[in-house]
Design a protein around this ligand. Structure first.
Ligand SMILES: [Zn+2]
Ligand SMILES: [Zn+2]
Length: 315
């Protein structure tokens, strides 16, 4: 395993984030993601299981699953789709293009795996129903998981929570680790929080909260015929109402959180809120400007000056 993938729990040093485009991605990680990683790393036995996960077994299984059953895209294989990932990596400053696989599956979906050699997986349903621009935003989210070195923990989650452990005959390892409800909740929570960080990268790539949020809604199943008429301002207000009502520590908030306990992704409303909050910060603006992606939050047009878009909206 190469030095740069040294997991933080082994050396207590910050994870080796890329500094592509002069951006220190570690500073852009969502604070709840960082806190959830710290909580996982404090779990008894965590490092033992993590060492096994990082030994390469899980990655090889996932790699085999992809290479054996999907199309590997490249300059000679559906280059029009491969180019979308190349474009995203170029903008984000990722020099080593991850391997890129497409699965024949009508459900729009995407995920990333591979700690030693990252790969991105999309379904045919995603590329069929999304515009090239929206596919790039989804790919930017997946690249976000790579930039934040999330993959090592998602391999752990897939092993322990999603049944890969027993499929590999590793039930004994899992049992000796003592897979408790508390542990499960800790890992599930991290999975949800990691989405907030990856969404920050898709928002930065998209250049505005509106574009990034529309892709999340699209992934949730909304067809273009409906989405094109969605009022995003009203949707954003709806997400704020969700947060105001349920982010409390009172009984209603606790009950609402219980509905999320075994979910790998936060509710779309929460993702919309977090993207909106991030997009309103100065760090979002300066980072998106550095990436050359910053655009009007109102209409999505390019900027004429630092604060005014081509259509005259003040940002
Ligand atoms: Zn994700
Ligand atoms: Zn505008």
């Amino acid at each position: 395993m190469s030095e740069r993938y040294q997991p933080s729990f082994l050396n207590n040093a910050p994870a080796a984030f890329g500094d592509s485009q002069g951006i220190d991605w570690s500073t852009l990680m969502h604070p709840d993601d960082r806190e959830a990683i710290n909580a996982m790393e404090k779990l008894p036995g965590f490092s033992t299981v993590m060492k096994w996960v990082l030994s390469g077994v899980v990655e090889k299984v996932m790699f085999g699953k992809n290479i054996g059953n999907t199309l590997r895209l490249g300059p000679d294989q559906l280059p029009e789709y491969y180019q979308l990932l190349v474009d995203v990596c170029k903008t984000l400053g990722i020099t080593e293009i991850p391997q890129f696989y497409m699965e024949m599956n009508p459900v729009p979906n995407a995920y990333t795996c591979g700690e030693q050699k990252a790969f991105v997986h999309v379904t045919s349903g995603l590329v069929e129903s999304f515009t090239p621009e929206d596919i790039r935003i989804v790919l930017a989210h997946e690249c976000g998981h790579i930039l934040f070195r999330h993959v090592r923990y998602s391999m752990l989650a897939q092993t322990l929570l999603l049944g890969l452990g027993s499929a590999l005959g590793m039930a004994a390892t899992v049992a000796s680790f003592g897979l408790s409800t508390a542990f499960e909740q800790c890992v599930y929570r991290w999975m949800r929080m990691s989405e907030y960080s990856a969404d920050r990268v898709s928002a930065l790539y998209a250049g505005s909260a509106k574009k990034a949020t529309s892709v999340i809604m699209h992934l949730a199943g909304g067809p273009e015929s409906i989405l094109k008429n969605v009022n995003y301002k009203a949707y954003y207000e709806q997400t704020l109402e969700y947060e105001k009502t349920f982010s409390t520590k009172d009984w209603e908030g606790i009950l609402q959180n219980l509905t999320l306990w075994s979910k790998t992704h936060p509710y779309n409303a929460s993702r919309g809120v977090e993207i909106g909050k991030f997009a309103s910060t100065t760090v979002f603006k300066t980072t998106a400007q550095r990436l050359g992606t910053y655009c009007c939050g109102e209409c999505g047009a390019k900027m004429r000056t630092m604060n005014i878009c081509m259509n005259g909206h003040i940002n």
